[in-house]
Write a protein that binds this ligand. Structure first.
Ligand code: RFL
Ligand code: PHB
Length: 388
């Protein structure tokens, strides 16, 4: 078998890349380890930047998102017994975010690929990358389940735990990483949101986030110890803790309901430089991870794919490699801005066990600054809605 671009992973990055390449007349095959049902049900991100929304609309896969997604023009920061709104409409006019589940984006992309006759294979076993070393004599190719797929280029869109990054020889990549000493426990609940906008809350007991998916489904996250297990968190304990943390302003009552999904996510940051080797290009979580406090992971994956699509279009049009050669550099500027913003939001809102009273005062001082200075609030707003 042969294709122009062999894509590993049917997450948002791999599926969107396959779709954008198809629109440019470039062939691809997507190889996914999990079942279609599994990837369509995997609950993850929910905040889409304006640029992500625009990309999906321009690619013709935004119809349901525009219908069902929830545009938001602000978020609330809650701490010290009060809530403070960060008004995007005032600080970054014309720019907003859309709340729409990642698994809905994935469903829309899979439907679009299959409707166009795209080759997306699920439950593919033992994908391996070969022929990356220019001296190997062969071009790049993928093997899986006893088959071989020859490619002009391979896109590693297989997330943080995938096979593409580890197939790059030792010594090529520089890794930058940070582990946070806590995790997020996330739930999806059958209950109308208790707030119209997202609430990012700092309390002495830790961080909590109120998000949503629809007028009848809410999403919540709690800062929990890094070694927390789902079994430690029966439903009653989750609601009790969410109530203590979120009902920290007068007059706010948190509505509760049936918990449909529960999961613990470690908090870490990770970047690999460069994001390419030979004719293998990494995109999305395969190349970088951010803690979810800034809501940047999915949006970075989409941004990588936009850059890679342009580079591949130029390459397949006339063989020019300038854009492909500059792929990492073009992506890493945005990646590092998002790394900093995600670190900053995380540091601002979480409790760190080894923080002394001095560090707590600094945190509160910075929160006061962000919620009282237009300059500081604009810094948050322009990063949150996404830089151009
Ligand atoms: P994915 O989504 O992990 O997809 C990778 C795919 O590759 C498959 N795979 C393989 N396939 C074949 N062979 C192998 N050997 C393979 N190994 C892996 C996997 O099964 C999977 O289908 O990566 P991608 O496409 O780069 O997308 C990245 C996003 O998923 C991720 O950045 C976001 O979910 C991060 N994130 C958030 N991002 C946002 O922009 N806004 C948010 O609000 C937001 N909230 C979040 C988040 C991530 C979270 N978790 C659970 C990590 C909230 C949470 C709780
Ligand atoms: C979500 O709705 O899943 C969500 C929202 C904001 C974040 C992270 C996750 O920062």
């Amino acid at each position: 078998m042969r294709t122009q671009v062999g894509i590993i992973g049917a997450g948002p990055a791999g599926l969107l890349l396959s779709h954008l390449l198809h629109l440019r007349g470039i062939s691809s095959v997507v190889l996914e380890k999990r079942s279609r049902d599994y990837v369509e049900r995997r609950v993850r991100a929910g905040v889409l930047e304006q640029g992500t929304v625009d990309t999906l609309v321009e690619a013709g896969v935004g119809e349901r998102m525009l219908r069902e997604g929830l545009p938001h023009h602000g978020i609330e920061l809650r701490y010290g017994g009060a809530g403070h709104r960060i008004p995007f409409e005032k600080l970054v006019p014309g720019r907003a975010i859309t709340v729409y589940g990642q698994q809905e984006v994935v469903k829309d992309l899979i439907a679009a690929r299959l409707a166009a006759g795209g080759d997306v294979r699920f439950e593919v076993e033992d994908v391996a990358v070969h022929g990356l070393d220019p001296a190997s004599g062969s071009g790049p190719y993928l093997t899986f389940g006893g088959e071989r797929l020859d490619c002009d280029v391979i896109a590693g869109c297989d997330g943080f735990h995938g096979v593409s990054r580890p197939s790059i020889p030792e010594g090529v990549l520089s890794i930058f990483e940070r582990e946070y000493p806590f995790a997020w426990l996330g739930i999806l609940a059958k209950v109308a949101p208790s707030s119209e906008e997202l609430i990012y809350t700092r309390t002495e007991r830790g961080f909590a986030l109120h998000s949503m998916r629809s007028p009848t489904v809410s999403r919540f996250y709690l800062q929990v110890p890094a070694d927390a297990r789902e079994e430690d968190w029966p439903d009653e304990r989750i609601w009790a803790e969410l109530k203590v943390r979120l009902e920290s302003v007068p007059g706010f009552t948190l509505a509760t309901g049936e918990i449909m999904e529960k999961g613990v996510t470690p908090m870490r940051a990770f970047v690999t430089e460069p994001m390419q080797y030979g004719r293998l290009y990494l995109a999305g979580d395969a190349a970088h991870i951010v803690p979810p406090t800034g809501a940047k992971g999915l949006n970075l994956a989409v941004a990588d794919v936009r850059v890679l699509t342009e580079a591949l279009a130029a390459y397949f049009a006339d063989g020019s490699t300038a854009l492909l050669d500059g792929y990492s550099e073009a992506c890493l500027k945005r990646v590092w801005r998002a790394q900093h913003f995600s670190w900053w939001m995380t540091t601002l809102l979480h409790t760190f066990e080894d923080d002394d009273p001095y560090a707590r005062r600094l945190q509160l001082s910075y929160l006061d600054y962000v919620t009282s200075s237009e300059a500081a609030a604009t810094t948050l707003a322009e990063n949150y809605v996404g830089l151009p």
